[in-house]
Design a protein around this ligand. Structure first.
Ligand code: A2P
Length: 306
């Protein structure tokens, strides 16, 4: 029983999805298998499945067809690549063709900064600005090819400008979010304006920290997992959904995919413990990886907090 949230467009979105991005060479086939496994597992539940096609659209499209799950039971998201900001409409058409579908449920600007076709960042303020790109996104809503539009990796400062200078409030802002990086201010700001947060890397990027213990090994997370006879991954994802964010964990492993959609009913006390993890000194803080923004709200890059 995966709960759904309602987007500001009125469409429902399942609170758990499957992140299908796979950057490594050969990742497409892995993403296809992962997506197909997930769709089949999700389809056993009385809910829509949520798949995420960005970067692997041919493969995700193939997985959708092979899964046999009807299109209308799938909530399908994809994104506008950074180097396509100057051709939003054409880029969406390319994505739909690769996916082999008529529409996506959600279409996101992947990153606020535009890049040239040969992948060089275009300085902020130069055309196409993220506001110009968003205005092109808005036009897509009338085409029937997208049901909702949103953004990804946007800070409060960028969203303030976006909301001031455009007509449509993004349905979601997809950002990295997990107990080590709860993005409390951004989440609250977005909630107050009807923008749902979608949490990518909701498990805290296990295995990416050069052998340092991961969030999933944290004693508090482990003890809450034991209390529910569940896994640390389930604890982390259940926290994400209970606080009102959509979580899109990636897993290639069917057993873990099943776990990841079995949410736990965490107590208020457990939520408070998990809410405080990012404040703990030591290992958690050193694991933080977050966007660094300059004073004008531009994204400077990624960094690890020391
Ligand atoms: P695997 O694909 O072998 O399951 P993120 O979503 O933050 O990018 O994290 C994905 C990583 O988390 C992958 O390495 C994935 O490995 C792993 N993973 C996914 N689900 C779980 C889980 N329930 N418990 C532990 N690790 C998980």
């Amino acid at each position: 029983n995966i709960p759904s949230f309602t987007l500001n467009t009125g469409y429902k979105i399942p609170s758990v999805g499957i992140g299908c991005w796979m950057g490594a060479p050969g990742g497409g086939e892995i993403a296809a298998k992962m997506c197909k496994d997930a769709l089949e597992i999700f389809a056993q539940l009385p809910t829509m499945a949520q798949a995420y096609g960005y970067g692997n659209e041919e493969y995700v499209g193939k997985a959708i067809r092979e899964s046999g799950v009807p299109r209308e039971e799938i909530f399908l998201t994809t994104k506008l690549p950074n180097h396509h900001h100057h051709k939003v409409k054409e880029s969406l058409d390319e994505s739909l063709a690769k996916l082999g579908v008529d529409y996506v449920d959600l279409y996101l600007i992947h990153w606020p900064q535009a890049y040239t076709e040969d992948n060089k960042p275009i300085p902020y303020g130069q055309s196409p600005t993220y506001v110009e790109t968003w205005k092109e996104m808005e036009k897509l809503l009338d085409t029937g090819k997208v049901r909702s539009i949103g953004v990804s990796n946007f800070s409060i400062k960028l969203l303030e400008v976006l909301l001031r200078e455009s007509d449509i409030v993004p349905a979601t802002n997809q950002v990295e979010c997990h107990p080590c990086l709860p993005s409390v201010d951004l989440k609250l700001w977005c909630e107050e304006r009807g923008i749902l947060i979608t949490a990518y890397s909701p498990l805290g990027r296990p295995g990416e920290y050069d052998g340092k213990p991961s969030l999933l090994q944290d004693p508090d997370v482990v003890s809450i997992a034991q209390a529910h006879n569940a896994t640390p991954g389930q604890v982390t994802l259940s926290w994400g959904v209970k606080r009102g964010t959509i979580v899109i964990p990636k897993s290639e492993n069917p057993e873990r995919i099943k776990q990841n959609i079995s949410l736990l009913d965490l107590t208020d006390e457990e939520m408070a413990t998990l809410n405080a993890i990012h404040l703990k000194p030591g290992m958690h803080r050193s694991l933080l990886r977050y966007h660094q923004y300059s004073d004008d709200g531009t994204v400077l890059g990624w960094t690890y907090e020391q």
